[in-house]
Design a protein around this ligand. Sequence first.
Ligand code: KIV
Length: 293
Amino acid sequence: MSRHEMPRKKIGIDTLRNKKLAGEKITMLTAYDYPTAKLVDECEIDCILVGDSVGNVLLGYDDTVAVTMDDMLHHAKAVCRAKTAAFVIGDMPFGSYNLSADDAVRNATRFLKEAGCDGVKLEGGAAVAEKVRAIVTGGIPVVGHLGLTPQTAAMIGGYRMQGGTSDAAGKILADALLLEEAGVCMLVLECIPTEVAAEISRRLSVPVIGIGAGSGCDGQVLVINDMLGMQSGFTPKFVKRFLNLDGLMREAVQAYRKEVTAATFPAAEQSFAMKPEEHKKFAAGTDATSEVV
Ligand code: KIV
């Protein structure tokens, strides 16, 4: 931002709903740390999701089930320190909202009070509708998440497309309507057919954000490490790699290793020198404690 540019206005639920009404697409990316959140915000992305995908993406867990409230708050605090204009959503980890409405409200409150998030996200439909209602009643914006719900992947046949049959699609639509009635301010749909996501986006008045849900949604979200191509290996069909950062990082690390082993790094421009007269004295052993400049 230049000295004369106005800082971006803080994005709230009303901004996002107005975008849907105006037919403007909403942008969302995950971020798990301060510099990434700052960069994403400066690129004028509308929403930052501190996703529990931090578990697989950054922390080396096998899945998101192992992610704890402590993990989430640690990363959510770092993101919120970037003081973004983007609407920041803290992802409630498995076990933090499933047991009781009291737990759900207490843990959701921590995302706002301790980290500084603007809202929370949780996974599931009918099974969590009462928890959603309780959190919203507690004054906290809630984002729903239907379709492929990674925290309960074992219950839905693994990490694969959901809602492929008319019955299954109807169940997702019914859950979406139930969540809207329970008070969600936004809904994420993951890995469902384009037709189903487009119909749900039409039927709901709150913004619907897709990931692997086609172009008919009101907006899109991707895991930032996926879209930057930061990790090699399996890439889900719905991910577009906008950059091959993994390749670029490997080239840089290998170049560093080569230059250090060949003693071509550091060169003079990355090094400090003494004044010649001090060096002379130092070399002659008369003043070995001269300060390095
Ligand atoms: O945790 C996450 O990153 C998510 C997105 C995939 C929507 O929930």
